[in-house]
Design a protein. Structure first.
Length: 77
């Protein structure tokens, strides 16, 4: 039962978030063989000023070896 957490900069509408969640759900279903009922998606808005401390350091830098898609930026450099 996949649960996907999307953290992104604040500013998208609820409609945009719903469309993103729908598209993520479709891809997860296709790639995992799960049904729609088994997939959940949450979207967490992050202020740009909080990105490095609340996302980059704990979720990206601390888990670099677990990232299947690495970012092309480094705010710590």
């Amino acid at each position: 039962m996949p649960h996907i957490i999307v953290k992104m900069l604040a500013g998208r509408s609820d409609s945009q978030k719903k469309m993103l969640a729908d598209e993520i759900t479709k891809v997860v279903m296709k790639q995992t063989g799960n049904t729609e009922d088994a997939v959940s998606v949450s979207i967490i808005d992050i202020k740009q000023s909080d990105w490095t401390e609340n996302v980059y350091k704990p979720d990206i830098a601390a888990n670099w070896d677990k990232l299947y898609k690495k970012p092309g930026y480094n705010p710590l450099a």
